[in-house]
Design a protein around this ligand. Structure first.
Ligand code: BGC
Length: 740
């Protein structure tokens, strides 16, 4: 017994001693690596880590590798990279700094097309679709969902957050961005970034800046004045950064006012880092670094995606420039410090990523909710939609609606679970493949209308399609526009226009469902009863479309961009770069300045096909009691919204502001998405960001609100104004770094 007690106490003593020594060694390690102490602020942690680093370790952090083999460069990706993804930056194990594993992008975890095996993941609707929800909470949830998939796929940097302003509806990447208005785009994309980063990973915001067309993106020089840029494209970035707090900013391929975006001191050093006091790091787009010294000095912190660039500028050449004294050591420290700071601030060090199972079923529901709020009911004569429950014969035509829904292509393409629903389309390689998410609208319509006979015609022959339409009570024609990175698709739907005309001539009850990257031309708009813009609706797109057509969901999307009648209405009727040889340099003069989208249309009294902010639903909303008042120098607008229709639904009251001497007659000042049951009303108060009431004065680098009377317009769209109020604003000067 005694013996037993003695043994036991000896064992306890031993265990205690071990724990004590383990504890003290952990404490010792912490004392040696104090930057791992999560209770310190990220600036302090970055500083402490930096002090412990050798020059070689700092150089490691600033040079990124492509994470996929690139045959055309005889390049093999590093072994520790997550194969088939966008990028990899080695960690510093001795200091507890993990690698940076980078994945595209804005609609989910993408796979680089060259990789033989694909990561099949959930795709959100396109970025422009999410912007069309005008629902920042939904954007956050979608971001949180794809960020979760990124983390569980082993990625801690997501290259999402595209916010280039929709200056030209022909831009092939408009589908990745947030539309034509700086406030809407900034709020929506910023919310998505915040959602992604809620997973303790970094998101970027991109492509900084003025990469507003894909044509010749490496060879064009976007020209715009300082003030106009700060009131348009840069303001969208500013709003997105303020709301989303992204760990990184990705600079773009193009030149801006003569300098490449990734070696542009005005953009990077002056505006982003000095004026906005951005504390994170700037990474280059893949192949967008063009120098060592100039890029370093201008503010680029990390070269991405070697071997996309002509030289490993931030590899050996940077080491040599440091040795020669052409790059000061202090700047390398600043570059490494910024990267470390974001890694600490966003949880990369404290919450290492691990590959883990993904809840695809619940993620598909999140994607569907986004698609359902994103679709914009552009037209609905005689209330053709929602389809009546007693409809007996429905003809579904075209758009591969029997197989799936179209996606946008390029680096952001998410390979769907179940594979490409229409695998044989050209091009099959870059910028392809043309991807259809396997969520067929046809099957979903049949499920929701079990009593109806629902036929399908592929729409390849207008005569056959017209016959199918004639035999039905309602014809639903699907039309598609494929867009993607590195090219700018036509706005015309080409042969599909004749298909729509033929169907509309055969059946007065024609609905057109559009799957497009952005605005398209609709010469037939006057001859069909209903048009639903579904964008690229993602993983659950077919179900979402069916739910909207059949009334299970009430449409509530609003256009985040103006749909022109034709290209003659655009600031540049002929697309810049047209007719040039590959790699020929050219200039795009953004002479419309800050008058982008509806601002251009308003300023020039142009009647669009469908205006910015437009969107119908199956209910009606009445506005009353508009009040505008100034409290503590800020403008607050209050009003009542009432659902006066018969079904529950969501509305997006939009507050526009109008002042003298602006780039355009009015600007979007605020918006709010509200959900109301029939008969229900709510009082809404919104604050107008003072920068939206000001002009930017480049000489003094301040935002200036002129004293005087301003108009406040409450509208259903930029062209459907329901109420007006006027308000006197005192003079106000805001510093360049103003943050609300
Ligand atoms: C695109 C970026 C993308 C990067 C990495 C580039 O081609 O412009 O948006 O994040 O590739 O794949």
């Amino acid at each position: 017994m005694l013996f037993g007690i003695g043994l036991r106490s000896a064992a306890i003593a031993l265990a205690l001693a071990a724990a004590a020594s383990g504890g003290s060694s952990a404490a010792a390690a912490k004392a040696q690596r104090p930057w791992l102490n999560a209770s310190l602020n990220p600036d302090r942690r970055a500083e402490l880590a930096l002090r412990a680093m050798t020059r070689e370790e700092k150089l490691t952090l600033v040079f990124g590798y492509f994470a996929t083999d690139a045959d055309w460069k005889k390049y093999k990706a590093p072994k520790a990279a997550r194969y088939g993804s966008a990028g990899y930056i080695p960690g510093i194990a001795r200091l507890g700094i993990p690698p940076q594993w980078q994945t595209d992008a804005g609609v989910g975890v993408a796979t680089q097309g060259a990789a033989p095996s694909k990561r099949e993941r959930t795709s959100l609707p396109s970025g422009l679709a999410t912007a069309a929800t005008w629902n920042p909470q939904l954007a956050f949830q979608g971001g949180a969902m794809i960020g979760d998939e990124a983390r569980r796929s082993g990625f801690n940097v997501m290259l999402a957050g595209g916010v280039n302003l929709l200056r030209d509806p022909r831009n092939g990447r408009n589908f990745e961005y947030g539309g034509e208005d700086p406030l809407l785009a900034g709020v929506m994309v910023g919310s998505q970034i915040a959602g992604i980063q809620s997973n303790k990973i970094i998101s970027t915001v991109k492509h900084y800046a003025m990469n507003d067309l894909e044509a010749g993106r490496n060879y064009h020089d976007a020209r715009i004045g300082d003030s106009a840029a700060r009131m348009s494209d840069l303001l969208a970035f500013q709003f997105a950064i303020e709301r989303g707090n992204p760990g990184s900013v990705m600079c773009a391929y193009n030149r801006v006012n003569g300098d490449y975006a990734c070696e542009n001191a005005w953009l990077l050093r002056n505006v982003l880092k000095a004026d906005w006091r951005y504390p994170g790091y700037v990474m280059s787009d893949w192949g967008a670094t063009h120098s060592t010294e100039k890029a370093v000095e201008s503010g680029l912190d990390q070269q991405s995606g070697w071997p996309f660039d002509d030289a490993p500028f931030y590899g050996a050449p940077l080491r040599e420039a440091l040795a020669r004294g052409n790059v000061p050591q202090g700047r390398l420290d600043d570059m490494a410090r910024r990267i470390l700071r974001s890694m600490f601030a966003h949880g990369l060090v404290d919450r290492p990523v691990r590959i883990a199972p993904i809840d695809f079923a619940s993620h598909a529901r999140i994607s569907r909710a986004d698609a359902e709020e994103a679709a914009v009911l552009l037209k609905n004569d005689s209330r053709l939609l929602p389809l009546r429950a007693d409809t007996r014969r429905i003809a579904v035509i075209g758009g591969h609606a029997d197989k799936g829904v179209l996606a946008g292509s390029g680096s952001s393409l998410v390979y769907p679970r179940g594979g490409n629903a229409v695998p044989d389309l050209e091009p099959k390689s870059w910028p392809g493949p043309v991807m259809y998410d396997p969520s067929p609208p046809l099957a979903a319509i049949r499920r929701l209308a079990p009593a109806a006979v629902v036929s399908f015609d592929p729409g390849t022959n207008p005569v056959a399609a017209a016959a199918a339409a004639r035999a039905a009570e309602v014809a639903i024609v699907f039309v598609t526009q494929w867009a993607g990175e590195s090219f700018d698709p036509p706005l015309s739907l080409g042969a599909q226009d004749a298909l729509v005309e033929a169907v509309a001539a055969a059946n007065p009850n024609t609905v057109v469902v559009v799957e497009s990257g952005g605005p398209v031309l609709m010469p037939w708009a006057g001859r069909v009863k209903s048009i639903l813009e579904a964008w690229y609706p993602g993983t659950s797109g077919g179900e979402a479309i069916a739910n909207l057509l059949l009334g299970a969901v009430n449409p509530s999307g609003r256009l985040p961009a103006t749909f022109p009648k034709d290209e003659s209405q655009l600031p540049r009727p002929v697309r810049p770069g047209t007719g040039l040889k590959d790699k020929e340099m050219f200039t795009i003069d953004y002479s419309e300045g800050a008058a982008v989208g509806y601002k251009w249309f308003d300023r020039n009294n142009l009647e669009p096909q469908f205006p910015f902010g437009h969107g119908l639903g199956y209910s009606e909303f009445a506005y009353s009691g508009l009040k505008a008042q100034v409290t503590a120098a800020d403008l607050f607008v209050t009003f009542t919204v009432k659902n006066v229709g018969k079904v529950a639904g969501k509305d997006v009251p939009q507050v526009y502001v109008a002042g003298d001497g602006w780039e355009a007659p009015k600007r979007l000042g605020a918006f709010r998405k509200v959900a109301l049951a029939p008969g229900q009303e709510t009082r809404v108060t919104v604050r107008v960001d003072p920068r939206l009431l000001a002009t930017f004065d480049s000489a003094t680098r301040t935002w200036r609100i002129a004293p005087g009377t301003y108009e406040v317009l409450l509208g259903r769209s930029s062209r459907d104004i329901a109420a007006r109020a006027s308000v006197r604003l005192p003079a106000r000067v805001l510093p360049v770094g103003y943050r609300p």
